[in-house]
Write a protein that binds this ligand. Structure first.
Ligand code: NAD
Length: 359
């Protein structure tokens, strides 16, 4: 029987509409092949929403997202809205979406594709075969802990304060997702903390260790964050899945992503415990190349693959998309951001057509 899924599309700004069109076409074809039917509903976010409604995240958009099975987001932002007050800026729409859907976890893969190995700033033998997933806690830790602010001390000096805090339940929830993600991959989980210095990290380590008992088929290790950063650039192949808190995850996921050297190739997933997740490329709206058919749509297409794998539990459809991406690269198609000598230059649409031909 054909399975039906409701997908909210949030094209946003800049290159967003161009790249999301490619991903939608790919999903339609994969759906036909895998007996899945997608109904797509577009909604406004970011600058596009500001222009139409005055708000970066209209209530209607959030309601549409909540009623769907998954949300596919492109990117928001652009020069036009850069001087608006903070609460009216496109980025506020993104934060509102994360909060409104209770997206507590962010999954960011860093996979080195053999065809793009020379795009990495590290040596071929170090990065060849790297395939890491960073699972970052997104709604707790030092970005949200209280007290926070800039206060005056008794001497009148200013003092900036943020508080790194995690409740046991917040750690347990992200740890379980870390183990489940590792189970779907190569079965190894590295938990990153700073338990030698921070009490909050000691609780993190204790809870992750306790939860490991429920996942006997996952091999757990622990690293302090400074060592983890070092190991990521020294010997990245040792990692499979990394689970960590908000601050450490912010930094490590960017470092891991850059091992791949190509921002136009990196997807991400943000997950909630019981509602729809949001799947989006790591890059922004690239206003410098918007509307010129220059954008690389592959991060968006790979985000659609993550949506199938982690949101809709349709791993074979996800694999079909990932294999198609590998094949277009094997066939030599390259957008400007990943172009190298001897390859065939193409645009956003051309890359989309190449994907559809392969599928
Ligand atoms: P950016 O990622 O948009 O662009 C950085 C550089 O990478 C640019 O030169 C751009 O042309 C290039 N690039 C990015 N994606 C590409 C793609 N798919 N194909 C080819 N080239 C690509 O980052 P930025 O310039 O710092 O920000 C631009 C706007 O995007 C800002 O308004 C920013 O706030 C917003 N932004 C949004 C998100 C998001 O929606 N999640 C994330 C980051 C930045």
């Amino acid at each position: 029987m054909t399975k039906q899924y409701r997908i909210t599309l949030l094209p946003g700004d800049g290159i967003g509409p161009e790249i999301i069109a490619v991903a939608t076409d790919v999903l339609k074809v994969v759906g036909q092949k895998c007996d899945l039917e997608f109904s797509f509903e577009e909604a406004l976010i970011g600058g596009a929403a500001i222009d139409a409604t005055g708000e970066p995240l209209p209530e209607e958009t959030l309601a549409t997202c909540r009623q769907s099975d998954s949300v596919l987001l492109a990117a928001i932002g652009g020069y036009k809205w850069d001087n608006l007050p903070r609460e009216k800026r496109p980025e506020t729409g993104l934060l509102g979406l994360r909060a409104g859907l209770d997206l507590f976890a962010n999954l960011r893969p860093a996979t080195i594709l053999p065809q793009l190995i020379d795009a990495s700033s590290l040596k071929r033998e170090i990065v060849e075969g790297v395939d890491i997933m960073v699972v970052r806690e997104l709604t707790g830790g030092v970005y949200f802990g209280k007290p926070k602010g800039i206060f005056a001390t008794e001497t009148g000096e200013k003092r900036g304060v943020n508080t790194m805090a995690y409740n046991q339940s917040e750690i347990d929830r992200i740890a379980k997702l870390g183990f489940e993600t590792a189970q779907k991959r190569r079965g190894r989980l590295c938990s990153v903390d700073k338990a030698n210095v921070l009490d909050v990290s000691q609780l993190w380590r204790d809870r992750v260790t306790a939860i490991a008992e429920d996942y006997p088929n996952v091999e757990l290790s622990h690293l302090y964050v400074d060592n983890a950063a070092m190991q990521l650039v020294r010997a990245p192949k040792q990692f499979d899945t990394i689970v960590t808190g908000n601050l450490f995850g912010d930094i490590l996921s960017d470092a891991a992503a850059m091992l791949t050297g190509s921002i136009g190739m990196l997807p991400s997933a943000s997950l909630s415990s019981d509602g729809p997740g949001v799947y989006e490329p790591v890059h922004g709206s690239a206003p410098d190349i918007a509307g010129q058919d220059k954008a690389n749509p592959l991060a968006q297409v790979l985000s659609a693959a993550m949506m199938l794998r982690y949101g809709l539990n349709e791993p074979s459809a996800a694999t079909m998309i990932e294999e198609a991406v590998t094949k277009v690269l094997d066939a030599g198609y390259r957008t400007g951001d990943i172009m190298s000598e001897g390859m065939t230059a193409t645009g956003c649409q051309g890359m989309g057509e190449a994907l559809l031909n392969i599928l």
